[in-house]
Structures are given as structure tokens and as C-alpha cells.
Design a binder for this molecule. Structure first.
Ligand SMILES: [Fe+2]
Ligand SMILES: [Fe+2]
Length: 252
């Protein structure tokens, strides 16, 4: 694969082809998940970053040994089923473990710090509980509807299972719904970052306060990566699979 970065490449394409650039883009505040389809140059401008500086850093990163050599799978080349299993085992499990933990940390921090920081923590709690409720329903829909549909289509396309019960052209519907829910979650995460001034701890923060902000930042990072894998890699594979399935079923 020819390694290069241009300003017209989409940010999603940069991270999909070169997964080793994801962390750097995350730390630079450049949106590679919900807004990943925009060209890199525009994304840099939107984040208030110099395109030339970002490009120079990315060029260094893509010269590193290929990501798979240090345990970072190249998901573009994986099967849809492998990617689904990875998303569920890694990102869905992470959310299911962290969502209740952070609710309880928010309660503890509110009790200990409401006198000086009550307003921010209340706002944060409100946003967080909305995010939690949305995400819990979202994960269930993916695990019960969209992901099994993708696996059934792949099994049929590989000749390992009968034609799934589906109408051609309809996988787009759950995908559009999931993308819209991703946008909503991305927006809530951005609001949480804004009201905490980028998770800046107050001077009187205790260890629990720090654990809360560290946990929220880790959740944001994980969710961005999770949404990137779905929006920018998995959903494209699902649409392609559907067209292969429908071509085969037309012929039979
Ligand atoms: Fe997911
Ligand atoms: Fe999702």
C-alpha cells in the first residue's frame, strides 16, 4: 500500500488506513468518527489546528512499522464478523462496565463537592445520564438487530448459511439510525467536555474527582474509537455485503 497523506483524504480514511494515527488525532481534537467524512484539511481548520503541522506529524506516524506488527489489527482487511466480534468484546463490554461505575462516581463527587462545584456537577450528571440511557439502548439494538443481520449476510455470502430473511436495500435503515444515534452521543460528549473546560480539575479536587474525570475522558476516547470502527469501516462492509447477497439471490 502506497503510504501518503493529502489534505483531500477524509479523516476517516486516514485513521482506517493508518490506525496508528488515531491517538494523535484524538489528542489533537480532530474529529475522525462522527465527522470523519470531511477532508483532513477542513477538519484541521475546524479544530483550529495548522494543516501543515498535523500533516507533518501524520507523515511521521505512518512511517512507523505497520500497526499489525505491534498488535493493532488492520480492520479494513478483516471480515465484517471479525470486526463485529471485536466491537462487542472490546467496546460494548467496556461501556457496560464503565457506565454504572461513572454514575456512582458522579454521585460521590456531587455529595463531597456540591458546595463549591454543585452547578457543574449537576449539569454533568444530567448530560451523563442522558448519554447512558441512549447508549444502553443503542448497544442493545446493535447486538440484537444490526450485528446479527450483518453476520447472517456474511455467512450467506460465504456459502455457509441459507439466504437470510431480508429485503434488499434495507440494511441502510438501521445503519442510518445508528449513525444518527452516534451523532447524538458525540454531541453530548462534546458538551460534557465544554462544561468541564476540557476536564480541567478544580484546585480542591480529591482523588474521586480525579477518578471521575479520568473515567469520563477514557469513555470519550473509547467511544470515538468505537464509533469510528462502526461508521467508517463496519457499515461500509455491511452495505457491500448486502449488495453481494442480493446479487446472489437474484441469480438463484
Ligand atoms: Fe457499537
Ligand atoms: Fe454504535
Amino acid at each position: 500500500m502506497d503510504r501518503h497523506i493529502t489534505g483531500s483524504m477524509s479523516v476517516a480514511d486516514v485513521v482506517s488506513r493508518y490506525p496508528q494515527t488515531r491517538q494523535f488525532l484524538e489528542e489533537s481534537g480532530i474529529d475522525y468518527c462522527c465527522g470523519g467524512r470531511q477532508p483532513l484539511k477542513n477538519a484541521c481548520e475546524n479544530a483550529g489546528r495548522s494543516y501543515n503541522e498535523i500533516k507533518a506529524q501524520l507523515e511521521q506516524l505512518i512511517e512507523l512499522p505497520r500497526p499489525e506488527t505491534y498488535g493493532m489489527p488492520q480492520w479494513l482487511q478483516a471480515s465484517a464478523g471479525e470486526l463485529v466480534d471485536h466491537i462487542v468484546a472490546t467496546h460494548h463490554s467496556f461501556m457496560k462496565e464503565q457506565l454504572p461505575r461513572l454514575t456512582s462516581l458522579l454521585d460521590k463527587v456531587y455529595k463531597a463537592h456540591h458546595a463549591r462545584h454543585g452547578e457543574t456537577i449537576r449539569q454533568l450528571q444530567w448530560l451523563y445520564e442522558r448519554l447512558r440511557m441512549d447508549i444502553e439502548m443503542h448497544l442493545a439494538k446493535e447486538e440484537q438487530v444490526l450485528f446479527p443481520m450483518i453476520k447472517e449476510m456474511e455467512a450467506f455470502a460465504n456459502g455457509q448459511a441459507p439466504m437470510p430473511e431480508m429485503h434488499c436495500g434495507t440494511v441502510q435503515n438501521p445503519i442510518r439510525q445508528m449513525e444518527s444515534e452516534h451523532d447524538t452521543a458525540g454531541g453530548v460528549l462534546a458538551e460534557m467536555r465544554t462544561i468541564t473546560s476540557g476536564y480541567l480539575l478544580p484546585d480542591d479536587a480529591c482523588e474521586t474527582f480525579k477518578a471521575l474525570y479520568d473515567g469520563l475522558k477514557a469513555m470519550e476516547d473509547d467511544l470515538h474509537q468505537h464509533i469510528h470502527l462502526e461508521n467508517n469501516i463496519l457499515f461500509g462492509k455491511a452495505v457491500e455485503l448486502e449488495s453481494r447477497v442480493c446479487q446472489r439471490s437474484d441469480r438463484s
